[in-house]
Design a protein around this ligand. Sequence first.
Ligand code: NAI
Length: 258
Amino acid sequence: PRTYVVTGSASGIGAATAALLRERGERVIGVDLRGADVEADLSTKEGRIAAAAAASDLAGGVVDAVIACAGISAPVPKTISVNFFGVTEFVEALLPALRASDAPRAAVVSSMASLQPNSAEMVEAALAGDEARALEIAQGFVGDDPMTGYIVYPSSKRALARWVRRESITEAWAGAGIPLNAVAPGTVVTPMTAELLATPEGAAMVDSQVPMPLNHHQPPESIANLLIWLTSVENTHMAGQVIYDDGGADATLRGDDI
Ligand code: NAI
């Protein structure tokens, strides 16, 4: 079996991914705040480094694939820390263990929300690796109004998508034979969206922003299966892609503008 490190393994897309991998006989080391093999807080640098070290130890120093699903959508500054730095610094810390594999792979979860209005300044600060500055910019948007704070989420996912394009072709990733890609889901039915989708008003609001002409809201398995293919031995040449697996939301919103 291959050894997979899956973040956000206690819920939603991460839990579905871990379950499908285990069903296939693969070995999964789950990482989450609670209810995982490695319990850690990916919102802090210390948490990320400790989590990567613990996962690597459990894997005996050889990790065949990392799948980073952990994320939050709250209109708070922490969202940039978890969704961007909690992914990028965590997967980078696992590079030595990935390089020890015969067929290393990595995949992360962005979102179709990366196409929504976002803060270019916050995105640039994140891509520059300046977490303190990114948090400061996020704090400026949050204030007292949850609607203005929402911009942190699309900004975090935009930054992550651009990081994947940029990093995937470097010596550290492509140069080391490691495909790195992102999946951008539409509206997935998980605990993250449950509350919003539970009321007709909430669901209508989500659907107006994320139109999904194909098959409507998606189960977490629809994303899990793609993450599993991206990190399988079969993926030999796909790198730097942000794959919109979103019921046609991206095609609806961007049309020919790609
Ligand atoms: P979820 O809320 O069901 O699961 C997220 C998991 O991440 C939870 O188990 C949570 O404990 C963990 N997590 C959160 N903060 C953490 C931290 N600081 N340290 C460690 N673990 C932490 O959410 P879901 O829907 O499964 O989301 C997974 C990913 O998919 C997220 O990155 C999310 O932004 C993304 N996504 C979700 C969509 C949806 O409609 N549900 C749409 C597009 C993207």
